[in-house]
Design a protein around this ligand. Structure first.
Ligand code: SAH
Length: 362
């Protein structure tokens, strides 16, 4: 048992089983043993690798998108440039580098990072201090100062806790984490009162809900409606929920049982984009149809960017660039599984998502 499993077992013995959402939150954020609190999870040596760590082109293209959005917003100065869950800070570093094509954008940008892990804040500080920007960290989205904003979140929402409800024997139960007969952590069912499904569900169907994700989306949507701006949310998930558990743990680049090693594995769930879109719409923001990551990057100029980067380089470097492009945009890699949700103030036109007649196209 990991130290966190022992801590959880003591808690469950004293107070009873906990929801999958509480389990997830503790696994990621327990102050002593939480995954993001003590491990350096990203990159080849870590447990998993994210798009900005695969290729600099990911952050670069998002930087160009942000510059174009800022111009569509009427070039406000100052404005908030925020990232939620910046990891190692790589995306922002790459984005700010390409944004040098528009010095006025850089002069107007106030950088705000939402990050709960002190360990990752240190890594972000090291990565982003050379940019020369004053850096501001916050624990939650509510704390980002008001004003027009461009908000980026890559693989942030998948880390927000989900509840799981299971349809079995003609009723709903919440899936909870308790103790097995031999004192190991294991899943159980706790009956809950909830109305019957509108459509017949197969026995054992699982519905997931993330009040935390919906609340973050609502906060973002309200501020965009009020103060202007746009948010770009990139993550894995499907347009509609699938009635299966999407809870997953990854350790050393392999899928692991989510209950095997709490605190030692990254634990996430697929993002329910339909729920995020509903919550943003309800808060008065404008939501674009979900786009696949591959299509988004290609429309932004991924192929052209790869050509520019590879020009005059040796074969090994060119192959590396091509394989990065394939991993980011290929249908068998991240291109189809990862989706991009764009949300904005009503009336704002967004590059890539909306037809734009004049103005710059990145
Ligand atoms: N965007 C980065 C890292 C993704 S991992 C990349 O693409 O490489 C998830 C990030 O979100 C980490 O930085 C983690 O510490 C942060 N995070 C997770 N849950 C959070 C929460 N509830 N509040 C703030 N940050 C959170």
């Amino acid at each position: 048992m990991t130290p966190l499993a022992e801590k959880l077992a003591r808690h469950i013995r004293a107070s009873g089983p906990i929801s999958v959402a509480d389990y997830m939150a503790v696994c990621l954020a327990d102050p002593d043993y939480g995954y993001y609190m003590r491990k350096a999870p990203f990159g080849r040596a870590g447990d998993f690798i994210t798009a900005p760590e695969i290729s600099q082109m990911f952050g670069e293209l998002i930087g160009l998108w942000a510059v174009a959005v800022w111009e569509m917003m009427g070039s406000p100065r100052p404005f908030v440039l925020a990232e939620l869950g910046p990891g190692r800070g790589t995306l922002l570093a790459d984005a700010l580098r390409t944004a040098r094509v528009k010095p006025a954008f850089l002069n107007a940008a106030d950088l705000h990072l939402v990050e709960t892990s002190p360990r990752l804040r240190d890594i972000q500080k090291e990565m982003l201090t050379p940019t020369g920007f004053p850096l501001h960290w916050h624990n939650q989205v509510e704390d980002i100062p008001t004003g027009p904003a461009i908000i980026i979140a890559n693989e942030f929402f998948d880390a927000l806790p989900i509840h799981q409800f299971q349809w079995s024997n003609g009723g709903w139960s919440e899936r909870v984490v308790g103790l097995t007969a031999d004192d190991q952590l294991g899943l159980g069912l706790k009956p809950v009162q909830h109305r019957k499904p509108d459509v017949p569900l197969p026995e054992g169907a699982i519905i997931e809900a993330s009040p935390a994700a919906r609340a973050v989306m609502k906060t973002i949507a309200e501020r965009l409606r009020r103060d202007g701006g746009a948010a770009l949310i990139v993550d894995y998930g499907s347009a509609e929920p699938t009635a299966k558990s999407t809870l997953q743990a990854v350790r050393a680049h392999k899928y692991d049982d989510p209950f095997a090693a709490p605190g030692d594995a990254d634990i996430t769930a697929h993002v329910d984009f339909s729920a995020l879109a509903r919550s943003a719409t309800a808060a008065g923001a404008a939501v674009r149809p979900l786009m696949r990551q591959g299509e988004f990057l290609i429309r932004l100029g991924l192929v052209e960017r790869a050509n520019v980067l590879g020009r005059g380089k040796d074969e090994k470097t060119r192959n590396g660039i091509a394989s990065g492009m394939e991993r980011l945009a290929g249908p068998k890699a991240m291109g189809d599984l990862f989706k991009v949700l764009a949300v904005s103030a009503p009336g704002l036109k967004l590059p890539v998502f909306d037809p734009i007649e004049t103005g710059t196209r990145p």
